[in-house]
Design a protein around this ligand. Structure first.
Ligand SMILES: Cc1ncc(C[n+]2csc(CCOP(=O)(O)OP(=O)(O)O)c2C)c(N)n1
Length: 329
């Protein structure tokens, strides 16, 4: 899907809304294909999937402009797709191929593409947050009009690096939006067991910056919240802590059946599926028809099929290149 991401505007246009819907669909269908590729033993490594969290990735990234940067986590596939990393290079990276966005040396947890505006993801929980503040400092120092969107989970907000990096961004008014995807569990640990405050956004008060909690299963609510935060950052007013309430439908990783979550809880979140909700909203407003939806799905199916076909045939990195493009100490 090569259509450009919509630019940030005061009000979303019909075209932007349809683009956001298709982008969420691409995220979901990518994850579903990857899930089966792993089950079939066709992909190496492990995966942390993001089904259910697409409105966060797409709502946030749709506000970003060319030159802006995102940082991501061990759960990065939807962030990458939403930011516009080509699906072919993403798929090839998961297959550990030389044509992958990190030349096959990163794999699922480290996908990224600086040209597309995504630093390679960092799997160390909280590890991307200082990096985001550092990148935002570079933007400010170089007087570039860009911002950083820094994705992380609620579990990462209990890590020391979060507090140091948010504080530093706050005192220097750095152009960064801290995007916490609160999906209620850090692996098997429920958030209320490890956090006394009700909302992650309350933690913003400690650093004197705005904090906001939004329904992260509504892509437009997420988009407009990000737009407010991004405008603040671009205007030199500093960071915002945006808490996006959402839920992952899959287990934490490939090996996690998620038995620590009540079936009723999972079912109630599935009723708030961000894609089904948006589909309903756009259909009710007569902006998309069932035929459009079927057409979008068929096109994405073909795109994914082609990406898998290419990735399977692509070459692996050469043994003699194993030390190139990596830091060796
Ligand atoms: C510093 C560190 N500790 C532990 C881990 C193992 N680990 C990987 S993901 C994860 C849970 C992270 O939860 P959260 O930040 O809420 O993100 P989510 O998985 O919910 O997207 C843990 C403990 C790690 N990768 N890094």
């Amino acid at each position: 899907m090569s259509e450009p991401l919509p630019d940030s505007e005061a009000k979303l246009t019909t075209q932007q809304r349809v683009v956001m819907y298709r982008r969420m669909l691409l995220c979901r269908m990518f994850e579903e294909r990857v899930y089966y590729l792993f089950l079939e033993g066709r992909l190496p490594g492990t995966i942390h999937q993001s089904q259910g969290q697409e409105a966060s990735a797409v709502g946030v990234c749709s506000v970003l402009r060319s030159g802006d940067m995102i940082t991501s986590t061990h759960r990065p596939h939807s962030h990458a797709i939403a930011r516009g990393v080509p699906v072919t290079s993403l798929m090839a990276e998961l297959f550990a191929k030389d044509t992958g966005c990190c030349r096959g040396k990163g794999g699922s947890m480290h996908v990224g593409d600086r040209d597309a505006g995504m630093l390679p993801a960092i799997a160390i929980v909280g590890g991307g947050i200082p990096l985001a503040s550092g990148y935002a400092l570079a933007f400010k120092y170089l007087k570039q009009p860009n911002i950083v969107a820094c994705f992380f989970g609620e579990g990462a907000t209990n890590i020391g690096a979060f507090h140091e990096a948010v504080n530093m961004a706050a005192i220097w008014d750095l152009p960064v939006v801290f995007v916490c995807e609160n999906n209620k569990y850090a692996a098997s640990t429920a958030v209320e067991k490890v956090m006394k405050v009700k909302h992650v956004s309350e933690r913003a008060q400690a650093y004197g910056i705005p904090g906001e909690t939004v329904d992260g299963n509504d892509v437009e609510i997420t988009y407009y919240a990000m737009q407010r935060a991004a405008e603040r950052a671009r205007a030199g007013k500093g960071p915002t802590l945006l808490e996006i309430e959402t839920y992952r439908f899959a287990g934490h990783s490939r090996s996690d059946p998620g038995h620590y979550r009540a079936a009723e809880e999972v079912a109630s979140w599935k009723e708030r599926d961000p894609i089904a909700r948006y589909e309903k909203q756009l259909s009710t407003e007569a902006l998309i028809t069932p035929e459009d939806m079927a057409g979008f799905k068929a096109a994405i199916d073909r795109e994914l099929e082609e990406a898998i076909h290419l990735a399977e045939r692509d070459p692996s990195p050469k043994p003699e290149d194993c030390l190139s493009d990596v830091f060796v100490s």
